[in-house]
Design a protein. Structure first.
Length: 292
């Protein structure tokens, strides 16, 4: 059977998309292409004229609309959500008299321990997807404080950033080291902040060490020490771009739910997630490659 031609090119393109969406791909991405076509050069030329134009970044309002409409038990819907809102406009969370706080939909949201949320080894043909590419399994041991328990399974939405109000055009947002996640199992889908104690250092290319208790207070109304985890929005439906949550509401909730104690994040195993959420629309098992 021939492994050249447009049909094989489309198959290779689909294989690449599936690899990135599921977070399961080999270190050598060329092997994904070679598994579908022998004409790699032809495939690259074909991509030049058959790759859709890059879409415009998702607006903050549209991102929240899509987020609220998503059924987090629907695997395909969560993948579609991430595809649509990742890299979009910063989503406003709240403002103070002199600062604004936004959620930037970028990845990684948190440093992952153990099985990576972007694993580098593809599963064997015929196997099911083993981890969820966009859901964390969060564990906080020896936690103190807080009126609520940290949710175990949470959608990785983005990172919290801040800057002075009325910035100049080139004023960058400042990192806070907080990842922003959404409870996937709770009915209100509360929004939580989780402190990343091992953020990626772009200068060294390695993970840094960050203790929230040793960092300047992120929220003036909460003060120091910074919590390792806290709820920022009690119900996802309450988050709005047109009517921002009041500073007293967000900071009051952060203060009352503040939990201290390092949070470990790993990619959620599908089998574990399925014990608390009835998952639907999981991708089918990977088909075994056909002989040429």
């Amino acid at each position: 059977m021939s492994t050249t031609g447009e049909a094989s090119f489309k198959a290779a393109q689909t294989a690449l998309k599936d690899a990135f969406r599921t977070g399961k791909f080999p270190t050598d991405l060329a092997s994904v292409v070679k598994g579908k076509t022998t004409d790699v050069d032809g495939f690259i030329k074909w991509l030049d004229t058959n790759t859709p134009a890059r879409r415009s970044p998702c607006s903050a309002a549209d991102a929240l609309t899509k987020l609220k409409a998503t059924n987090f038990a629907d695997f395909a819907a969560v993948v579609t959500l991430a595809d649509a809102i990742d890299g979009g406009e910063p989503i406003p969370l709240f403002k103070t008299a002199d600062r604004e706080y936004v959620v930037v939909t970028t990845r990684p949201v948190l440093s992952v321990a153990g099985e990576s949320i972007t694993a580098t080894t593809a599963p064997p043909p015929g196997s099911k997807v083993s981890v969820h590419p966009y859901v964390y399994d969060l564990v906080q041991t020896s936690a103190t404080g807080g009126t609520l328990a940290l949710p175990r399974f949470a959608y990785a939405l983005g990172v919290l950033k801040t800057r002075a109000l009325n910035p100049t055009a080139d004023t960058p947002y400042e990192e806070t080291n907080y990842g922003v996640v959404v409870d996937v199992a709770g009915t209100s889908h509360a929004v939580w902040l989780v402190y990343n104690r091992a953020p990626y250092d772009v200068e060294t290319g390695e993970k840094a060490v960050a203790d929230p208790a040793e960092m300047p207070a992120v929220f003036a109304g909460v003060g120091a020490p910074n919590p390792d985890a806290a709820q920022a929005v009690a119900a996802l439906k309450d988050w709005s771009v047109t009517a921002l949550l009041a500073q007293t509401v967000v900071e009051g909730l952060v203060k009352s739910t503040a939990r201290r104690g390092a949070v470990a994040a790993k990619a959620a195993w599908i089998d574990d997630l399925a014990k608390v959420v009835t998952l639907t629309n999981l991708p089918p098992p990977r088909a075994a490659p056909q002989a040429p």
